[in-house]
Design a protein around this ligand. Structure first.
Ligand SMILES: Cc1cc2nc3c(=O)[nH]c(=O)nc-3n(C[C@H](O)[C@H](O)[C@H](O)COP(=O)(O)OP(=O)(O)OC[C@H]3O[C@@H](n4cnc5c(N)ncnc54)[C@H](O)[C@@H]3O)c2cc1C
Length: 410
């Protein structure tokens, strides 16, 4: 397994339970990836891929606002241009309609896996089924959201449509300033660092080797298979190699000999004690594209999507954009902009068509790929891990993965 984020750890968990001898190799320390500071939302509601109609026009408008939730940093790199063209090709209704049932099925499957994990390992990772409130400030966005809710209902989602008073009634302890909301009751949330710690602990118990500070630098292939995984401290050989490298999946795939277009989507988050346990539901502040999640007695606030080559700079303007959005929805909470040391950032692994890469490589017989889950990697983690174990056993996957072929852009 190359990469120890949620997808790598979940895959290792199901593979080890099946009796495989598993090694997870990560160049970090297993706590410094995208799977820690995210908003912890489990999102059957996100059945629309990132590449959706209107996103290109909206993205261009946002380009001219330094505090906007979206940034596409133009770069002369060929891979970025090629990714952008593929993204635009997929930002249409046909693609969204075709992929929606598949994304929803994978998310629902994963939610069930989370319930099973809570039963098997104990729910010490804050799994709660309160749904997510999609808060709308404006009538226009509310109408769009109602339209989406109706689509969701047609696909089997449990969604309530709420006016201002009904929304307020769900959050009696804080003042809300919204036009209305939808409440996707099928969504859930959890505490990502607690989940990751639990999985690491369980993997240790299952005898999985966790090789930290070990960067995979190359692969040796022979006879249509990977025969060696080279790292800067030594080499490994394996019957099956699983790539779960998050935003770095594209670079790893290239070294392995296949093409996987990938763009990092940087986002920020921070924890705040400000809401003193008064917020009951996770919420997406839709116009601002900000997420707010009750987590371990505090609240995590996160947002922005900076599509640009990987860099670790904290863009304070973007963070200000997140912080300033809060009192527009929760007028009692004018929060200070956090110090840089308290701002977490991570890189969402974004595929150009907004769909995961999940399955066995067609050109390298012992290679399995799991990643590219963009804004919903935490949500999809356990289902992805379970499917990796099924694919490794050459079994029929427990959810349809036809559209998620890792080599669909080859
Ligand atoms: C602000 C924000 C909020 C989010 N909120 C949500 C949410 O509410 N719900 C949701 O479902 N998702 C959310 N996400 C997205 C989610 O966090 C990601 O999709 C998910 O964490 C990706 O997991 P991963 O395992 O693919 O990648 P990662 O967690 O990034 O793990 C990849 C690992 O691969 C390792 N690696 C890379 N290259 C190499 C190499 N050459 N050698 C060895 N190791 C290597 C890295 O060190 C890393 O540990 C959010 C993301 C952000 C930024």
């Amino acid at each position: 397994m190359v990469g120890g984020g949620i997808i790598g750890l979940a895959s290792a968990y199901y593979l080890a339970k099946d009796g495989w001898k598993v090694t997870v190799v990560d160049r970090g320390d297993f706590t410094d990836n995208c799977s820690y500071g995210n908003a912890g939302m489990i999102v059957p509601s996100h059945f629309t891929s990132l590449a959706a109609p209107g996103i290109v026009t909206q993205g261009i408008k946002w380009l001219f606002d330094s505090r906007s939730p979206f940034l596409l940093k133009p770069s002369p790199s060929l891979s970025m241009i090629s990714w952008g063209l593929k993204f635009m090709q997929h930002a249409n209704e046909r693609h969204v309609t075709r992929s929606a049932p598949h994304i929803l099925a994978l998310n629902n499957h994963s939610k069930n896996c989370y319930d099973d994990l809570a039963t098997e390992l104990g729910n010490v990772f804050g799994l709660e089924h309160r749904g997510i409130l999609m808060l709308c400030k404006t009538e226009k966005v509310f109408e769009e959201e109602v339209h989406l809710a109706e689509k969701g209902r047609a696909l089997g989602l449990d969604v309530d449509i709420l006016n201002r008073e009904q929304t307020q009634a769900l959050e009696p302890d804080v003042q809300l300033d919204v036009f209305g909301a939808t409440h996707v009751r099928d969504d859930a949330h959890l505490h990502p660092p607690a989940l990751m710690a639990l999985l690491l602990q369980r993997l240790n118990q299952l005898g999985v080797t966790l090789a930290s500070h070990t960067e995979v630098t190359d692969f040796v292939r022979h006879g249509g298979k990977i025969t060696k995984v080279l790292t800067h401290v030594g080499e490994y050989s394996a019957d099956v190699v699983v790539l779960t490298g998050g935003a770095w999946l594209g670079q790893l795939a290239k070294k392995a000999g296949i093409t996987i277009p990938m763009m990092p989507g940087k986002g920020y988050s921070f924890m705040t004690p400000a809401f003193e346990g008064k917020v009951k539901h996770p919420a997406l502040l839709l116009e601002a594209r900000v997420a707010l999640t009750p987590m371990g007695g505090r609240v995590r606030i996160g947002g922005t999507m900076e599509l640009a080559p990987i860099n670790h700079r904290i863009n304070r303007k973007r963070v200000e954009g997140i912080v300033h959005a809060i009192p527009r929805y929760y007028p009692e909470y004018k929060l200070p902009v956090p110090d840089e040391k308290n701002i977490w950032h991570g890189f969402r692994p974004c595929s150009p068509d907004g769909l995961p890469y999940l399955g066995r490589s067609k050109s390298i017989a012992n290679l399995i790929v799991a990643g590219g889950m963009g804004m919903m990697g935490l949500s999809l983690g356990p289902a992805a891990g379970k499917i990796v174990s099924e694919v490794a056993r050459q079994e029929q996957p427990s959810s349809e993965i036809r559209l998620f072929d890792p080599e669909r852009f080859h």
